[in-house]
Structure formats: structure tokens, C-alpha cells
Design a protein around this ligand. Structure first.
Ligand code: GLY
Length: 386
């Protein structure tokens, strides 16, 4: 797929957000859409467990993010079905399985009780479980589980399958992919007008969408003050395989806080069991460490002792893109012609449908829907470009 030298929309970053924006923009009738990325279909979603958990991952003080997450979660079933159709039958692994969040000791249980009360105040569907009820739902849980929450609307999708489907759907809709790195944002006067690529080519564009995760703010040529630093937050994660005779090993996502660390197990329909994830702030390093793997296995074993019987098939690490307030940047920036779709931190896979819809709406109409208000990139603008 060779790009032309001029695009209506240039998307920098072929991860789950950039690909979804490009596909949705094509569906909205925009033509000449080019996605540049040296490794399209990569990024954090290739590593992520793909939990769609706006309720169980809720943090205090993040109600606007909850609204965005709920809006995206509600769109997921239709988004996944449409994507399967548009990609010629690629299954995204979307699974309406629900989630339980459980406690192993009384401190964890108190934390979950607080979360349950918070859910109640916000009118969210969340049911308290005794330890026995939790084990009845998930018999592989450790006998010591002290209770927890059942959230029937927090589901899962397979990030890798989602990426494949987005690549195919984009291709079918006429999106041009270009395996190259954007090495400079081109700015003329007060406007972004495209990018220079690692191949030496330039792609000029009416609108440029920056969806490069934790690399977004590092793009040379980006005027100072337009984007804040998007910090990389490393997550190490494990993939185990549940042999057919042991299925279902778990029937839904299982979360816990073990000695203050968040742990989750995401069982896929095809037998993959994903265990994640560490949270480490140490730059752009994706080394899998013995300590990271040990920590995950130790905590997961405490929660679900039977995991030690399962084959460990993969260890990997990815970088969550964290903005200064941990909420995404979605929409036009202070630099005309430049739109941001980045900084999704722990929620990139969850927020893919809503981000793509919001950005495509803006690209097609010039208007940003109200839902995106709290996530305007300009909340961080420190200097309006001259
Ligand atoms: N959303 C899960 C994680 O960031 O680890």
C-alpha cells in the first residue's frame, strides 16, 4: 500500500487507537487516509490483557473517565461485530464474561467494601459476594478468599485479534498503511501540515492525528507546550495455556489487590489465560525481568493456586502511555491541523471505540462531541504556538 504524498488525514501511530481512528474516519467518508508506523498493529494493545473494566478499575476522583469508559464499554459489542464484518470475518475475542474482584485479607476486603460503596453512590451495577459466593462462581479461587465484588458489565477483548481486525478493516476501507517512522512534524506558519518520514518521504496532510502513545510528545518539530510529556508505564504480563480438559479454568475476569499490587487474570475462550500486570515507571524499557515474572506468579498463585499446573507460554512487557492526569488527550490541540489521540494509560483497549468515534466525528464535522470535553488536549497547553 503506497501512500500518496498528500493525505486528507495522516495518522501517526498504528496501534489500536491510530488504526481505529483511521478506520472510523474512512467510514465517515474521509478519503486519502494514511497511517504511518514502522510496526503497524503493535503497541501496548499487543501486550495488554484486554480487560474492559471501567467499573472495577475505577479510581476515586476519576468520574469523567468513568463516563468515557462506560460509553466505550456500551459501544463494544456493536463495535466488535461491525469490525468482524468489515475485516472479512476476523474475530476480536470480545467476550461478555463479567468480572469479579476479590480480597485475600481483611485490609483488601475493606478496600473493596469502600469501592462497592463508591459504586453504589454512582449507581453502578456491583454486587457484594461473600468468600463462599465468590468460590461458587469461580471454584479455582483459593479457599482463603475473603469476599469480593461481582460486576457483570466488565468484559474482555483480545488486543491482538483486535489489532488484526483493525488492520484488515482499515485496508478494506481504503486506509493506506506505510511502514515508516514519522521523524518530524511539518509545521507551516501556525499549522501542522504533515510529517517527514524515516524513508525520506514527506506526507503532507490537511489534518494530522498524533496517536503515538508514550512517544507522542517526542516527535521532532512539535512546538513546545502543545503536548505534555506522555510517560511510559511498563507492564509485564504472562500468558498461560489452559489445556482443554481443564476448561473452563476460570469463567470470568478475576481481579485482586495482593499486598497493594493490582493483579488480574483474564481467561480467553480459546484457553489462553493472561496474568497481569506489573506497573513500573522506569523509562522506555520493555525488558521482562525475573523479578516481574516472580511477582506475578507468586501473587497469582496465592489467588488461584492451580495456575502452577498450567504451561507458561509467553512473557512480555509493554508501555502504557500515561498523561500527567492519567486521562487521555482526545481532540484538536492548540496547534491548528494537529489532533491528539493519546495518553490512554491503563485504558487504551477499553477506550478504543469511543476515541475513534469522537475523533472521526471531529475530522468529519469539525465539532468535538461534548463527551470529549474533559479530555481536550488543550488542558495541558502551556504556550500557544506563535
Ligand atoms: N488496564 C490494565 C493495566 O493497565 O494493567
Amino acid at each position: 500500500m503506497a501512500p500518496g504524498t498528500h493525505a486528507d488525514v495522516l495518522v501517526i501511530g498504528g496501534g489500536v487507537i491510530g488504526l481505529a481512528v483511521a478506520w472510523r474516519a474512512a467510514q465517515r467518508g474521509l478519503r486519502r487516509i494514511v497511517v504511518v508506523d514502522p510496526h503497524p498493529g503493535g503497541g501496548a494493545a499487543r501486550v495488554a490483557a484486554g480487560m474492559l473494566a471501567p467499573v472495577t478499575e475505577l479510581q476515586y476522583g476519576e468520574e469523567p473517565l468513568l463516563r468515557l469508559g462506560m460509553a466505550s464499554n456500551e459501544r463494544y459489542a456493536a463495535f466488535a461485530a461491525e469490525l468482524t464484518e468489515a475485516s472479512g470475518g476476523e474475530d476480536t475475542g470480545y467476550r461478555r464474561c463479567g468480572t469479579i474482584a476479590v480480597a485475600l485479607d481483611s485490609d483488601d476486603r475493606e478496600e473493596l467494601r469502600e469501592l462497592h460503596a463508591f459504586h453504589g453512590r454512582l449507581g453502578l451495577d456491583s454486587h457484594w459476594l461473600t468468600g463462599r459466593e465468590a468460590r461458587r462462581l469461580e471454584p479455582m479461587l483459593a479457599p482463603g478468599v475473603r469476599g469480593g465484588l461481582h460486576v457483570t458489565d466488565d468484559h474482555q477483548v483480545d488486543g491482538r485479534r483486535l489489532l488484526t481486525a483493525l488492520l484488515r478493516a482499515g485496508e478494506a476501507a481504503g486506509v493506506a498503511g506505510h511502514r515508516a517512522e514519522a521523524v518530524e512534524l511539518l509545521v507551516e506558519g501556525d499549522r501542522a501540515v504533515g510529517a517527514r518520514l524515516s524513508t525520506g518521504e514527506t506526507v503532507t496532510a490537511d489534518r494530522t492525528v498524533l496517536a503515538a502513545g508514550p512517544h507522542s510528545h517526542l516527535l521532532p518539530g512539535l512546538p513546545a507546550g502543545v503536548l505534555p510529556a506522555i510517560r511510559p508505564v511498563k507492564g509485564q504480563i504472562l500468558r498461560l495455556r489452559v489445556p482443554a480438559p481443564y476448561r473452563p479454568f476460570l469463567s470470568r475476569n478475576v481481579r485482586a489487590v495482593v499486598r497493594g499490587r493490582h493483579l488480574y487474570l483474564v481467561p480467553r475462550e480459546d484457553g489462553e489465560l493472561v496474568i497481569g500486570a506489573t506497573s513500573e515507571e522506569q523509562g522506555y524499557d520493555t525488558t521482562v525481568t525475573a523479578g516481574g515474572v516472580y511477582e506475578l506468579l507468586r501473587d497469582a498463585h496465592e489467588l488461584v493456586p492451580g495456575i502452577t499446573e498450567l504451561p507458561l507460554v509467553e512473557t512480555s512487557a509493554g508501555l502504557r502511555p500515561g498523561s500527567p492526569d492519567n486521562a487521555p488527550l482526545i481532540g484538536p490541540t492548540a496547534l491548528p491541523g494537529l489532533v491528539a489521540a493519546t495518553g490512554h494509560y491503563r485504558n487504551g483497549v477499553l477506550l478504543t471505540p469511543v476515541t475513534a468515534d469522537l475523533v472521526a466525528e471531529y475530522l468529519a464535522t469539525g465539532t468535538m462531541p461534548e463527551l470529549a470535553g474533559p479530555f481536550s488536549p488543550t488542558r495541558f497547553t502551556t504556550k500557544v504556538p506563535a
